[in-house]
Design a binder for this molecule. Structure first.
Ligand code: ZN
Length: 280
């Protein structure tokens, strides 16, 4: 079986973490973390899938166009960073259509992919995604946190480990490793927060299976700037978004090296969805 790795980033700013609050200082941006990721990936000639929050797509339009031309896959991450399950299905569908159109007018071609903020989606809203996009990456093994939703993929076939298809539509599961009954994410805050030795052990355990590896990160994880404090947000939560950011770029490179050592090929979801995976 061929081994595929997909580096994915949810392109959202620091304040999207505190959605749906409007009283945060939106003039401060931590999107420099996107450049940190792109620089590291460029050095290795790695292309990734980037899920962009619609409301910041306009100000990132020049960058998105360049990324697109360079072979990165630009996908959609909702108009605002609000969990789909917190919006009516009708409004949600309108937002999907609107956001997709904005991204498509920036890029000048169709946009195929989608990921739900906080993986907060259910079957009803997932049906709207299926109607409007070609692939989705909102599926994750059950999590302890109540903010995550669940998609049941009725009618889908697992054509490759963690990749599911229903007619022309593809679902890419985000990688998790089961440890002591918990499905720990192999990306995002986990790489940042967990001690590297533990993360390395857990990642190695996963990579030994040869299953597609989907890394999930955010600009805030890699930004060199301090995170503004938000009134009413407790210190514990602040710490969770802050801890380990200084060493995150180095850990990101270490994971890339592990993937290379294990013989993984870096692809985007857009490339992967078009491949014939039936022969392994
Ligand atoms: Zn997000």
């Amino acid at each position: 079986m061929k081994k595929y790795a997909v580096i994915t980033m949810d392109v959202e700013d620091w304040y999207h973490t505190y959605f749906p609050r409007d009283d945060v200082e939106k003039s401060v941006t931590l999107l420099d973390g996107l450049d940190v990721a792109l620089n590291i990936m460029d050095r290795k000639n790695i292309k990734g899938s980037f899920f962009v929050v619609g409301e910041i797509a306009g100000k990132l339009s020049d960058k998105l166009k360049v990324m697109d031309l360079n072979g990165h896959d630009i996908a959609f991450h909702n108009w605002q960073h609000i969990r789909p399950v917190d919006i009516s299905t009708r409004d949600y569908k309108e937002q999907l259509q609107h956001g997709r159109q904005i991204l498509e007018s920036i890029l000048g071609h169709a946009v195929s992919g989608y990921r739900a903020p906080s993986f907060g989606i259910d079957d009803e809203r997932f049906a709207a995604v299926k109607e409007l996009f070609q692939y989705d990456s909102s599926m994750i093994k059950p999590q302890r946190s109540a903010k995550y939703g669940q998609v049941h993929l009725k009618g889908f076939t697992e054509v490759f480990p963690t990749i599911y298809k229903d007619n022309g539509f593809t679902e890419f599961e985000v990688s998790t490793q089961s440890i002591a009954g918990l499905n720990l994410l192999l990306g995002g805050g986990y790489i940042r927060m967990l001690p590297w030795m533990f993360m390395k052990w857990m990642t190695k355990k996963y990579l030994e299976t040869g299953k597609p590896y989907v890394m999930y990160i955010h600009p805030i994880d890699l930004s060199a700037k301090p995170i503004p404090r938000v009134k009413g947000i407790g210190f514990g939560r602040y710490l969770r978004t802050h801890i380990g950011r200084k060493t995150m770029a180095r850990k990101f490179m270490k994971v890339i090296r592990m993937l290379e050592d294990e013989g993984y090929e870096f692809v985007t979801f857009e490339q992967l969805r078009k491949m014939d995976l039936s022969n392994g």
